[in-house]
Design a protein around this ligand. Structure first.
Ligand code: ZN
Length: 134
């Protein structure tokens, strides 16, 4: 696997607009995109910091993955996403090493990325996303 950088850090929030304001006013960052990912029942907002982004996640439905996460653990860091080359090959490689995958196949994430999630059981408790630009 060739991991090139941390693509983004996903943060679960209850209120997207309020948390956007926090990052804009306190950190002087600019939200450059808001996007709904229907698949995952979330609205996302993005900030660029160097090569890395902050991805704020607000659940659009209580039973979505982010809604359930907040109910169980509260707001906070939800996942870390690593940018990799050759996502398909990488998937086979790490599955062969016994890492438990949530997605067996890459699927569409926000920002035109192909993504897969690895199960936190296999990753020392961190919900881990791998992604590649299509
Ligand atoms: Zn993500």
């Amino acid at each position: 696997m060739l991991t090139t950088h941390i693509e983004h850090i996903g943060i679960a929030v209850k209120n997207l607009n309020e948390s956007i304001k926090y990052y804009e006013e306190i950190f002087n960052l600019k939200c450059y995109a808001i996007e709904e990912v229907k698949d995952q029942k979330v609205r996302t907002a993005f900030f660029q910091i160097g090569e890395t982004k902050i991805e704020l996640l607000e659940s659009t439905e209580p039973d979505g993955p982010v809604g359930k996460f907040i109910e169980k653990k509260g707001e906070g860091v939800h996942h870390i996403a690593f940018a990799v080359n050759n996502l398909n090959g990488t998937l086979k490689e790490i599955e062969a090493k016994g890492i438990q995958l949530i997605d067996k196949q890459p699927r569409n994430g926000a920002e035109g990325l192909e993504i897969v999630f690895l199960h936190p059981r296999s990753t020392y408790g961190v919900l881990t996303e791998l992604c590649e630009k299509k």
